[in-house]
Design a protein around this ligand. Structure first.
Ligand SMILES: *Cc1c(COP(=O)(O)O)cnc(C)c1O
Length: 497
């Protein structure tokens, strides 16, 4: 199986080349040339397997230039019981129609661990196959969770260095502490004066700058990406959609072949795209429901067919979804237009020049045959956290609450009773202040971050994961703040070249 670039379909690479490079040199994203089918009968064989075996099966379909042993070694190194507990992606039933897929049982308590614990292993194998001997420099732009998960995944992985840029004002105190206290000899962290899109645009520019690339090459280094533009980030996410379906079967909630809906709190469009890929492979999926916060650029896109970033950017209580440019949408446009690189180039050109693009009706109707979208603001998020806790005894974080809120509206408006699986993307203690104030208004007033954590645990009779609680006593290692324009300099300084 090969991969092509969304902006140049003549450019064909192997999985190893796609993962080692991160992004195509002309700025396109790598996508599979076609989708390997996985039949309902095969799906049944996955049901008795544990998560690691399910992952090896699904990943094997895409990483055809990896040996079965290589795939298995990557999976086994990533999803250990020590890091993820018994089940890396368990289902929690909210009520008859709605189930929560908990994706935050990894080391950093966010769903990013599902991909970023395995990416370094996929990367090591990919580099050995495609650019042996190179030192890989991972550049990350983060709205909070990716940065920490990438740092934790790549720390002290031989042959790699990792630099993370985050928006100074755009992450939660817990997220910031997670990053600034990061351990490891090959890691660096730098705050940016700007928002997430500024950080992402800066990183993309550095990636595609020929002069910078040359300078790195002279030092035996090459850039790669741990953002969800990298195929190695997306492919592990396909696994948990199959796994969730298997667990629904196993628990007798559905019969083989029944359709289920997925609801995904969305930012960069990586997670929901993985669900779409699973559907393309044959997973019985009805609708994919894209949930956004007050930054409702995607909701408007699905409703109007116009993607328009000329609008205000809001900082919300679900910061990992505070995004105006959802990079992975490009991959959806490519498929929905029948793999037209020309179409994608045209849309991306419009986006760059005018900050917007308009979809032709035929492409949009293909997209709307699968997707639905909705959004809610911070007030709605808060209400949903409180009601979900009061009605079902389930405490969810702000991002998950956006998903639950949008699902409830969808169900009410459409009457669609298809069983729904709602992705839960972070542990509530990562966003303790917002969650506590939702459950008990005003309760966090005057409390610092860790007092808030204790109060949330007391009020809800839940406990804070040790990897968050322990941050209190860790020394801060990184205090750099740089301008958007000096990111390039920061990279050279941090690499010592
Ligand atoms: C990254 C993230 C999201 C958004 O996921 P995308 O793949 O970027 O759409 C949602 N919730 C949390 C907690 C996240 O960390």
């Amino acid at each position: 199986m090969n991969y092509v670039s969304t902006r140049d379909h003549n450019k064909t690479v192997t999985a190893a080349q796609a993962i080692a490079a991160g992004i195509s040199s002309e700025g396109g994203l790598f996508v599979p040339e076609s989708f390997p089918p996985l039949t309902v009968d095969e799906l049944r064989t996955l049901v008795p397997m544990d998560y690691r075996a399910r992952a090896a099966f699904v990943l094997g379909r895409f990483l055809t230039d990896f040996s079965a042993e290589e795939v298995k070694a990557c999976v086994d190194a990533a999803y250990t019981a020590e890091k993820f507990g018994d089940h890396p992606a368990p289902l929690h039933t909210l009520h008859d129609d709605a189930h929560i897929l908990e994706l935050w049982h990894g080391p950093t308590c966010a769903f990013k661990d599902m991909a970023l614990q395995i990416l370094p292993h996929l990367m090591r194998v990919s580099v050995a196959k495609s650019v042996p001997g190179k030192e890989i420099v991972i550049l990350v732009a983060t709205s909070g969770d990716t940065g920490k998960a990438a740092l934790e995944g790549f720390k002290d992985v031989e042959g790699t260095k990792i630099l993370v840029f985050y928006p100074d004002e755009g992450v939660s105190p817990m997220q910031k502490l997670q990053m600034t206290t990061q351990e490891g000899g090959n890691v660096s962290v730098c705050a940016i004066k700007g928002n997430f899109d500024d950080a992402q645009t800066g990183v993309k520019m550095i990636f595609t700058d020929k002069e910078i690339g040359k300078k790195l090459a002279e030092h035996g280094m090459a850039f790669s990406s741990a953002n969800s533009i990298n195929w190695g980030r997306l492919v592990p996410q396909i696994v948990y959609y199959f796994s969730a379906y298997c667990d629904m079967l196993k628990q007798g909630k559905i019969s083989a072949g029944d359709r289920i809906n997925f609801v995904v709190p969305t930012g960069n469009f990586g997670n929901i795209l993985a669900a779409y890929y699973a559907r393309e492979m044959g997973l019985p999926v009805g609708r994919l429901i894209c949930a956004s916060n007050k930054n409702r650029v995607l909701t408007d896109f699905f409703e109007s067919g116009v993607y328009d970033v000329n609008r205000s950017f809001y900082t919300t209580s679900s910061p990992s979804m505070d995004i105006l440019i959802s990079s992975n949408l490009e991959r959806l446009l490519f498929i929905a237009s029948g793999y037209s690189d020309e179409f994608v180039r045209e849309m991306m050109d419009d986006l760059k020049k005018k900050g917007k693009y308009t979809m032709p009706e035929n492409v949009m109707s293909a997209i709307n045959s699968v997707f639905r979208a909705g959004c809610c603001d911070d007030e709605g998020t808060k209400e949903t956290i409180r009601e979900t806790f009061e009605n079902y005894g389930y405490l969810c974080d702000t991002h998950t609450a956006v998903g639950v809120n949008v699902y409830e509206k969808y169900e009410k408006e459409t009457g669609d009773k298809t069983p729904a699986v709602i992705d839960s993307t972070a542990n509530p203690f990562k966003f303790s202040r917002s969650v506590l104030d939702a459950v008990m208004p005003g309760a966090s007033e005057g409390l610092d971050e860790f007092a808030t954590v204790s109060e949330l645990a007391r009020v809800t009779k839940t406990s804070c994961p040790p990897q968050l609680a322990d941050l209190r006593d860790k020394p801060v290692r990184f205090r750099d703040v740089c301008d958007r324009d000096s990111m390039e300099k920061a990279v050279f300084r941090l690499l010592g070249i």
